[in-house]
Design a protein. Structure first.
Length: 118
């Protein structure tokens, strides 16, 4: 590989969580997303709660397709499937946009001075 930024950093082995490994990482990153959205305040959580479901169908089709054609496999998962894809992927499709929106809302704070007139 051309660029390995963490090549010398020992990473914790969380595979000790067995089939709950992937789900556990999603809980951690989901908590981070929630913290970012709460920190952003001014309705950020409410806006994310509208945006994430709007993105979900696109993410579902994309995820289902990539799993069907064998783009990736998920060995450390619970084995629970809903609507043809692993439970963890459904959580992933909620957490990733929430993290993105949390970062966006945090680095682009809204206040009364920057709000457009209604």
């Amino acid at each position: 590989m051309f660029f390995e930024p963490l090549a010398g950093v020992p990473l914790p082995d969380i595979t000790v969580l067995g089939p709950y490994t992937y789900l556990a990482t999603e809980v951690v990153f989901g908590a981070a997303a929630l913290a970012l959205l709460l920190r952003a305040g001014d309705g950020a959580l409410r806006r994310a709660a509208r945006t994430v479901p709007a993105l979900y169908p696109i993410a579902y089709v994309w995820d289902w397709y990539t799993l069907e054609v064998g783009v990736f496999a998920i060995p450390m998962r619970t084995g629970v499937e809903l609507l043809g894809i692993p439970l963890e992927e459904h959580v992933f499709m909620i957490v990733v946009p929430a993290v993105v929106l949390g970062v966006h809302e945090t680095v682009n704070p809204r206040n009364e001075e920057t709000q457009p007139a209604r």
